[in-house]
Design a protein around this ligand. Structure first.
Ligand code: GEK
Length: 244
């Protein structure tokens, strides 16, 4: 595996900023990009490990939907050794999944791990004791989100748990602006310039479509989940847990 590079994809003026895609250029800088862009990312990952230790049951499946380079899988695997559980990591970017495979192969684990290059909307979910979807639902078209969550609910065993981490939007607009500003301030503190921040924002608009916390919770309840609640929030980034 090559060393993760510094993210400078948006450092120079791009003119017409292209829509964001998870291609090889993004793969090459992804660990740096996500850790300097998502406040609380490492905290969320390490607590996914903790939640896996609590909820993953023997002879069941643990899903990492939108696995990118496998950071959530890597956080969870050490905590479920010896349970005869199978990790199933899914991503629809071939470039991401190929790098993910290399990373996972260089990390020793006894946990059976399957990598699937597919749209998470098309993957069969079964016998799951934990489903983790970290910062991925926000990229799924709005009209496919309910069906995806219903499918996840059907695939979870009773008493099992779903973790969803997302960027949120807020009402009224004044609150939304404040939380966006605080996020941009976080990115500046991580070394991103104003140009990088604004070009990334243009690139991701209409690709990453955030929803409100209320929308997430009401949809989870409509699918049958109970006790759906945020367990972590930093500015406009949140992680929710929901139980079947
Ligand atoms: C982490 N969870 O490091 N089907 C499958 N994969 C998808 C889909 C889809 N419909 N849409 C997007 N993706 C990771 C971080 S990144 C978040 C997740 C971010 C994939 C996409 O290819 C990318 O790898 C991932 O979801 C989103 O904990 O970049 O902000």
């Amino acid at each position: 595996m090559s060393d993760p590079k510094h993210d400078n994809l948006f450092a120079n003026p791009l003119g017409d900023v292209p829509g964001f895609i998870f291609d090889q250029a993004v793969v090459d800088v992804f660990p740096d990009m996500i850790s300097r862009s998502v406040p609380g990312y490492q905290t969320i990952l390490s607590h996914c490990g903790e939640l896996a230790a609590r909820y993953v049951q023997s002879h069941t499946h643990c899903y990492d939907l939108g696995c990118s380079l496998g950071a959530s899988t890597l956080a969870m695997r050490p905590n479920i050794e010896g349970r005869d559980a199978t990790m199933i990591a899914v991503d629809n970017s071939a470039a991401m999944l190929s790098r993910c495979k290399t990373i996972l192969e260089t990390t020793s684990s006894q946990v059976e791990t399957q990598l699937i290059n597919a749209d998470i909307c098309d993957v069969y979910i079964s016998n799951a004791s934990l489903v983790v979807m970290n910062f991925t639902l926000q990229f799924v078209p709005l009209d496919k989100r309910l069906a995806l969550l219903e499918k996840i609910y059907q695939g979870l065993n009773p008493g099992s748990c779903l973790i969803i981490s997302e960027k949120l939007c807020f009402e009224p607009e004044s609150l939304n602006s404040l939380l966006n500003d605080l996020h941009h301030q976080f990115k500046r503190a991580q070394g991103y310039s104003d140009l990088e921040i604004s070009q990334k924002r243009d690139s991701i608009e209409n690709v990453l479509v955030p929803e409100s916390l209320d929308t997430h919770i009401q949809r989870l309840r409509a699918c049958g989940f109970h006790s759906a609640s945020p367990w972590f929030q930093c500015f406009n980034f949140c992680s929710l847990v929901a139980f079947k």
